[in-house]
Design a protein around this ligand. Structure first.
Ligand SMILES: NC(=O)C1=CN([C@@H]2O[C@H](COP(=O)(O)OP(=O)(O)OC[C@H]3O[C@@H](n4cnc5c(N)ncnc54)[C@H](OP(=O)(O)O)[C@@H]3O)[C@@H](O)[C@H]2O)C=CC1
Ligand SMILES: O=C([O-])CC(=O)C(=O)O
Length: 271
């Protein structure tokens, strides 16, 4: 049975652990880690069938077959090289870290050398399957409009650096327009989806991103438009936010769970 380690036990990590524990994913939850003991305790007490060991990443990668990073962009720098050097596969959720071309190149090189896999789930967006299919021919443009209520954007570096008082904004307001490169650096915990789109499509510099604050919303909305030789598609998802982290949509952990299920199933549907 696939031995999994989960690095980061917040909104996403907690759901993944539960899905392994209740048998939705046929794997062993071998190890977990988080920098907060309360998060580790919360996850452990939610489990009925597994009693994972708490392990720092250096020890975790020696024991498991796959590490799931669901912590932060900063954690990707620690988790991905450690896993790959130890010949351990890795699934990355804080995908925005891959805007760093040195990190991305290094990860690809080590993975090739060690014959390991790096998995990036679709996360909180719909349409990655179509974009990947379309990318087999020429792509002309990829754009993402992310629209969130204040809780989904509060605390982002861009908001803090520009002294934007998001709680005083009463109407729908475009906060940011630019490349995915700038977007994932300015909103590292809000638009990792822009990085996933960039990696699947035409790269970080060519993927256009608009971030909109909408106090009237209760959901996190991501709308994607792709144009290319195949034609044109638009996908729109109205995501229920996670109860413990309003920045994170519930679809994100579901996407990780489904990607993990794919690894353990013999029959797989979708691009
Ligand atoms: N690809 C996608 O579509 C999506 C990606 N994400 C990203 O996924 C990641 C996880 O999201 P979510 O579960 O909601 O986040 P949470 O904040 O709920 O949980 C993450 C946990 O990991 C901890 N953590 C962060 N960095 C480290 C580290 N270096 N070492 C140890 N523990 C660490 C956090 O601590 P602390 O609070 O102190 O940082 C927190 O306890 C985030 O980076 C988020 O931006 C989210 C939604 C969609
Ligand atoms: O969960 C979402 O809606 C998107 C998100 O936070 C991210 O991509 O970082």
């Amino acid at each position: 049975m696939l031995k999994i380690g989960v690095f980061g036990c917040g909104a996403i990590g907690g759901e993944i652990c539960k899905a392994i524990d209740n048998g939705q994913i046929e794997a062993e939850l071998y190890a977990i880690y988080d920098r907060h003991n309360e998060s580790l305790d919360r996850v452990k007490s939610s489990l009925e069938n597994f009693d994972p060991q708490i392990m720092e990443i250096v020890d975790m990668v020696r024991e498991v077959d796959l590490v799931v990073e669901c912590a932060s962009q900063q954690a990707v720098y620690e988790v991905v090289p450690a896993a790959l050097h130890a010949k351990c596969d890795v699934m990355v959720v804080s995908v925005g870290a891959f805007v760093d071309t040195q990190l991305l190149g290094m990860a690809e090189n080590i993975a090739r050398e060690k014959n390991c896999r790096i998995y990036v789930p679709s996360g909180a967006i719909c349409g990655i399957d179509g974009l990947i299919s379309a990318s087999a021919a020429a792509l002309h443009s990829v754009t993402l409009t992310t629209e969130k209520p204040p809780g989904g954007l509060r605390g982002a570096p861009y908001v803090l650096e520009n002294n934007i008082d998001i709680d005083s904004i009463t109407g729908r307001t475009v906060l940011f327009e630019g490349s995915a490169t700038e977007a994932v650096q300015s909103f590292p915990a809000n638009v990792n989806v822009a990085a996933t789109l960039s990696l699947a499509g035409i790269g970080f510099d060519n993927t256009r991103v608009r971030i909109v604050l909408n106090p009237a919303l209760t959901r996190n909305v991501h709308e994607i438009t792709v144009e290319g030789e195949f034609g044109r598609f638009t996908s729109r998802v109205e995501n229920v936010p996670s109860p413990t982290n309003p920045k994170t949509s519930y679809l994100a952990p579901l996407s990780v769970i489904s990607t993990l299920k794919k690894l353990t199933q013999s029959f797989n549907v979708g691009t």
